[in-house]
Design a protein around this ligand. Structure first.
Ligand code: LIP
Length: 260
C-alpha cells in the first residue's frame, strides 16, 4: 500500500465517523430506543446495529478490497483491516448519557496507521495518522506534561470481562499511588482525552481491539505512550491496556499491572 492509499483512507475515515455519528445521534434523541443485553452491563441497540451497517456499506463501496473487524458484526484478521466500534460507550448511549463516540481505525501491515474518533454531541473529531500527528477538529493536540501521580487525573475503565475484585484492587492501587481516578464508560473517548491532555492516563484490565485501535494511534501521535496492546492475540481476543502522558506511563503501567 502506498502513501496516497493511506491518505485516501485517512480522509475517508473522518468523513465516515462524522456521518456515522449523525446516524447515532438521531437514535440518541429518540428515547424509545429498544435496548437488548448481550451480557450483564453489555447492551446493544438498534443504533449500534444501524451505525455498524452504515459504516460497513461505506467501506465496502469505497474500499472493497479491505476487510472489517467490528464489535457488532465481528470479522477476522486481514492485511488491510478496518477496526470499528460503531458506538463506543453503548451503556451511556442506552441510558441517555451523552458520552459516546464512533471509533474507526485502519490496521495495515501489523499496525494501526490511522484513526478517527467522533463525539457527535460535543462535535469533536479526533484524528491521527501514523507519522502525521494527532488533531482535534483539525488543530494539533499533545498529551499532557504531567509527571507526578498526585497531580494526575486518570481513568480506570471497568467491565465484567475481569473479576470485580480485580477492578477494586486496581482502583485501590491507583488511589494509594496518589492518582485521581474516574470511570466514565468510553475507552475511545478516554484515550482521545489522553491524546489532547484533558486527562493524563487511561487503563483497563481488558478491552477489545475495536475499543482502543483508533485511540492508540491518537495517543502515540500526540506524544503519549501506550502498552503493547496488539502483542499476542490482542487484535482478536483483546488485551490489557495502559496509555498515558509520556512521563507517567512507566509508573501508571507498573501500578496498573501489579498483581494482575
Ligand atoms: C466499552 C468501553 C469501556 C468498557 C466497557 C465497554 P462499548 O465499549 O469503551 O471502556 O469499560 O465495558 O467495553 O461496549 O461501549 O463499545
Amino acid at each position: 500500500m502506498i502513501e496516497k492509499d493511506i491518505e485516501r483512507r485517512f480522509v475517508f475515515a473522518a468523513d465516515l465517523a462524522r456521518e456515522a455519528g449523525r446516524c447515532a445521534v438521531r437514535y440518541f434523541r429518540d428515547r424509545s430506543l429498544a435496548v437488548t443485553m448481550k451480557g450483564q452491563n453489555d447492551p446493544v441497540t438498534a443504533a449500534d446495529l444501524e451505525t455498524d451497517q452504515l459504516i460497513a456499506r461505506r467501506i465496502a463501496g469505497q474500499f472493497p478490497e479491505d476487510r472489517i473487524l467490528s464489535e457488532e458484526s465481528g470479522g477476522n484478521p486481514a492485511d488491510r483491516l478496518w477496526i470499528v466500534d460503531p458506538i463506543d460507550g453503548t451503556l451511556n448511549f442506552a441510558r441517555g448519557i451523552s458520552r459516546f463516540a464512533v471509533s474507526i481505525a485502519f490496521f495495515w501491515n501489523g499496525t494501526v496507521v490511522l484513526g478517527a474518533i467522533y463525539d457527535p454531541i460535543a462535535d469533536e473529531m479526533f484524528t491521527a495518522r501514523r507519522g502525521g500527528g494527532a488533531f482535534l477538529n483539525g488543530s494539533p493536540i499533545r498529551a499532557s506534561a504531567i509527571s507526578e501521580p498526585k497531580s494526575a487525573l486518570v481513568e480506570a475503565g471497568y467491565s465484567l470481562k475481569r473479576p470485580l475484585a480485580d477492578y477494586h484492587a486496581l482502583v485501590g492501587r491507583l488511589l494509594e499511588a496518589g492518582y485521581n481516578v474516574r470511570q466514565v464508560g468510553s475507552a475511545a473517548l478516554g484515550l482521545a482525552e489522553v491524546a489532547c491532555g484533558r486527562i493524563d492516563g487511561y487503563c483497563e484490565l481488558h478491552l477489545a481491539s475495536w475499543d482502543v485501535a483508533a485511540g492508540l494511534v491518537l495517543v502515540e501521535e500526540a506524544g503519549g505512550r501506550t502498552s503493547d496492546f496488539f502483542t499476542d492475540t490482542g487484535l482478536t481476543d483483546g488485551n490489557f491496556l495502559v496509555a498515558a502522558a509520556p512521563a507517567l506511563q512507566a509508573h501508571l503501567h507498573e501500578v496498573a499491572e501489579r498483581e494482575r
